[in-house]
Design a protein around this ligand. Structure first.
Ligand SMILES: [Mn+2]
Length: 358
């Protein structure tokens, strides 16, 4: 019904046929597990919730949602709480009791999810670049032209005739806005179209509470530390945050630091448990941040992402604090080299004598 621009290659079609295939892959399974990526963000949480709602309409099918890692960011915790999302940490899941696994907002073999090595995903729904392992799933739908997994799930709900209102519409709407920075980052026509369909049925007061939650003192302490340690190198802003209170804090800070007027890139790095975590952001649309970060991390860890954002995890085992710091420095230096900004001027972000133009 919506009139699409002639050159629009971003909107997809055929979701109704795909819905039948998805149903065939899942129907009749009462021990289905929907798994998001570790440390799930709003896109992962909401798209998992939407699949859960969709599965409820299938005959004799029931599902649970599980995630590895933590829900740390205050906005995300508030989202889970306010929307009453039925999610379980993977440590509480007995995988031997699970018949089928559906991955959302992630894929097999990425290293950013808790799919056991001896298990295959029956279903994969995602918007990150397709991986070979994904093609082994009974059903997969990977659309890199979509800015969020929520956009894809919105189309499935619509195809299934599930009303876009209440908690599911609120979750999906917020998921798209959060993932695309209000449709400004990696968003296309399909994301806009989905947002317009979800908006009337979304609980806007609740979204406001999710967006502006109370923040713990630890958050301000981390922010203080990250700011103190932030340095510029030409168009790059780098911050070594040290110990992280929760894993996705690096992503949150990278978003924040990219807003520095001189920054085209933000690189945040910190420690959580036995890993170094990295998050990068860029304002240039054709940067291929995911591939760049993979070249930085090499075989030291796992990295992935899309054009303007990417993340990585480098396991450090039992390295001492000093060795972990040195390893972090090495990774920062590789990033600087990879971008070719070694010779650019730099300095502390908060130094009043910081070089202009940096
Ligand atoms: Mn996503």
């Amino acid at each position: 019904m919506a009139t699409k621009k002639k050159n629009d290659k971003r909107s997809s079609c055929g979701t109704e046929a795909q819905l039948d295939e998805l149903r065939a892959a899942l129907e009749g399974g009462d021990r289905l597990l929907i798994l998001t990526h570790d440390n799930p963000d709003p896109d992962a949480l909401a798209s998992a919730f939407a699949l859960y709602r969709l599965v409820e309409t299938f005959d004799d099918t029931s599902a649970r949602i599980a995630f590895g890692g933590f829900v740390g960011r205050a906005e995300n915790r508030t989202m889970v709480h306010e929307l009453g999302l039925p999610i379980t940490p993977t440590w509480a899941v007995k995988f031997e009791d699970v018949d089928r696994i559906a991955l959302v907002d992630t894929q097999p073999g990425t290293g950013n999810n808790s799919l056991p090595e001896d298990r295959e995903a029956a279903v994969v729904i995602d918007h990150h670049p397709i991986r070979d392992e994904t093609r082994r799933a009974r059903f997969w739908d990977v659309r890199t032209q979509c800015g969020s997994s929520c956009t894809i799930m919105t189309q499935y709900l619509e195809a299934a005739g599930i009303p876009l209102k209440g908690r599911v519409a609120t979750a999906l709407f917020y998921g798209i806005q959060s993932e695309t920075q209000d449709l400004g980052r990696e968003a296309g026509d399909a994301d806009i179209e989905a947002s317009l369909k979800l908006y009337p049925g979304a609980d806007r007061e609740l979204i406001s509470r999710i967006r502006y939650p109370d923040l713990p003192r630890a958050y301000f302490q981390s922010l203080h530390r990250a700011l103190e340690r932030a340095r510029t190198r030409g168009p790059v802003l780098i911050s070594y945050v040290g110990k992280l209170d929760y894993p996705d804090l690096v992503a949150e800070l990278a978003d924040f630091f990219l807003r520095f007027e001189g920054a085209k890139w933000a690189f945040c790095i910190g420690l959580f448990e036995d890993s170094i975590l990295i998050s990068i952001r860029t304002s240039s649309r054709d940067a291929q941040a995911g591939q760049l970060l993979r070249r930085v991390v090499r075989s030291d860890g796992v990295a992935g992402g899309h054009g303007m954002m990417a993340g990585a995890r480098v396991p450090i085992g039992h390295l001492s604090a000093e060795d972990a710091r040195l390893k972090s420095e090495e990774l920062v230096n590789r990033f600087i080299k990879e971008l070719g900004v070694e010779d650019e001027v730099g300095g502390a972000l908060l130094s009043t004598t910081a070089t202009s133009g940096g």
